[in-house]
Design a protein around this ligand. Structure first.
Ligand code: LLP
Length: 425
């Protein structure tokens, strides 16, 4: 459920026409609906009502400061995977006590920054990382609140590049050796073992892999308790999928996901942590772009947009489907014609959709990519010398630019020509 809709033939985000935003900020741009973000967060948090839980929005999904500030205002924390994300979340007003630091390659500098900031939890993914963290914490005279991320060896039906819970993936500590690593962690001076964490992948549309992973975690918690290691937290990770295509299997309702977690962990008396990302932000954002040319090729018609894969990489990277909507609604009886929707980048892979049946769309028209609020702007780049596109947040009938488009001078300001070349010039 989102708050994008056609009104009087014009696609709106809440009460604002996307065409009006295009007029004000130029294209392409990302637009986020505050009401949709809020709704998704509440649906998720309501599903866990009564259960002690810290809901840490996965910052990598959409790290815009306004998005983080909005969610923080609703009680969200943040799951971060770098010092950059952590500092950004703190700057957006996410309390340190609601920040979880995940990731396979935390450096000692990042560990120190996390400990200085006093964050809620550091999720450790390997034995060497555990040792490094203990050393850093000791040197600072601190104790690191740690969850060990377990690799449960559970395959989830999702794109290979975003499945993370199989034993051949780089993530987590193999569940078979986890008890030994927990025992080691319990004996390390700089480590306070708080819990166990898991994250089996993203865009998962079936609850069963979650069930298998959670059951493995439960067994582990019980086995460790029997060994005298009392875990007080279980971090469920993220991964719940959302609909991108009308033929996608129905996505599991958060209430069912929460019921599953309660069923498996309810009697353990643990504090839960969840790291949802896509579920909160995916349907809350669109990427709006203008058609530069409509080109008739020998065998295909191309709609060439001013947005490229540098702005939205998901189709090129994961063959992901995004609905493409004309910003001005097509006539009811409009004939759909298959077109290839492509960007301006000098690579054949810069293609958003092949042979997509679309109503008549001409050069100069605006189109919107649906479900672009997650892993859209956050994965964009400046390839081909293209500035990062603006991000706009809508709330009711207001909108604000929440990241402006940089000038080319700002983009290149960090570069310099070495003196020996400058002399030649
Ligand atoms: N927690 C951890 C440790 C993660 O690695 C991730 C995502 C999440 C939480 C949030 O997962 P979500 O609820 O959003 O599924 N760029 C890809 C998705 C990569 C996901 C990486 N990890 C895409 O565009 O589909």
């Amino acid at each position: 459920m989102d708050y994008f809709s056609y009104r009087n033939g014009q696609l709106h985000a809440e009460d604002v026409a996307l065409a009006a935003i295009a007029e004000a900020v130029g294209t392409p741009f990302y637009v986020y609906s505050a009401a949709t973000l809020e709704r998704h967060f509440r649906v998720f948090s309501d599903a866990f009502a009564g259960q002690p839980i810290t809901l840490c929005f996965a910052t990598k999904t959409n790290g815009n400061k306004a998005v983080l500030a909005l969610l923080a205002g609703l009680g969200a924390g943040a799951d971060v995977v770098s010092q950059g994300e952590m500092e950004h979340a703190l700057a957006a007003g996410v309390p340190a006590g609601r920040i979880v630091f995940s990731g396979v390659a935390k450096t000692k500098a990042e560990m120190a920054a996390a400990l200085e900031a006093g964050i809620f939890q550091i999720n450790v993914e390997s034995e060497p990382e555990l040792e490094a963290l203990s050393e850093v914490a000791q040197a600072l005279g601190k104790t690191a609140p740690v969850a060990l991320r377990i690799n449960p060896d559970v395959a989830a039906a999702t794109h290979d590049k975003i499945a993370t819970g199989r034993k051949e993936n780089k993530f987590g500590i193999d569940w078979t050796v986890a008890p030994a690593i927990f025992a080691k962690a319990a004996g390390l001076p700089g480590i306070a073992v708080k819990g166990v964490a898991v994250h089996i992948g993203s865009q998962i549309l079936d609850l069963d892999p979650f069930r298998r992973a959670f059951e493995r975690l439960r067994e582990l918690v019980l086995a460790l308790r029997a060994d005298g290691i009392a875990l007080e937290r279980v971090d469920l990770g993220g991964g719940l999928g959302i609909p991108y295509h009308r033929d996608d299997p129905a996505s599991p309702p958060p209430a069912e996901y929460a019921a599953l977690a309660r069923r498996i962990f309810g009697d353990l008396g643990v504090h839960l942590v969840a790291e949802p990302g896509r579920l909160i932000a995916g349907n809350a954002g669109m990427l709006v772009s203008r058609v530069v040319y409509r080109k008739q090729g020998e065998t295909r018609t191309f709609l060439i947009l001013d947005a490229g894969f540098n702005d939205l990489i998901r189709p090129a990277m994961y063959d992901a489907f995004h609905d493409i909507l004309p910003v001005t609604a097509a006539a009811e009886n409009a004939v759909l014609t298959p077109v290839d929707v492509v960007g301006p980048i000098c690579e054949s892979g810069d293609i958003f959709a092949r042979q997509r049946p679309l109503p008549p769309i001409a050069a100069g028209d605006l189109v919107a990519f649906a479900t672009a609020g997650a892993y859209g702007a956050s994965m964009s780049s400046t390839y081909n010398g293209r500035p990062l596109v603006p991000e706009v947040m809508v709330s009711g009938d207001r909108f604000a630019v929440v990241r402006r488009r940089p000038s080319v001078a700002e983009m290149t300001a960090l570069e310099s020509v070495p003196p020996w070349l400058a002399k030649q010039a």
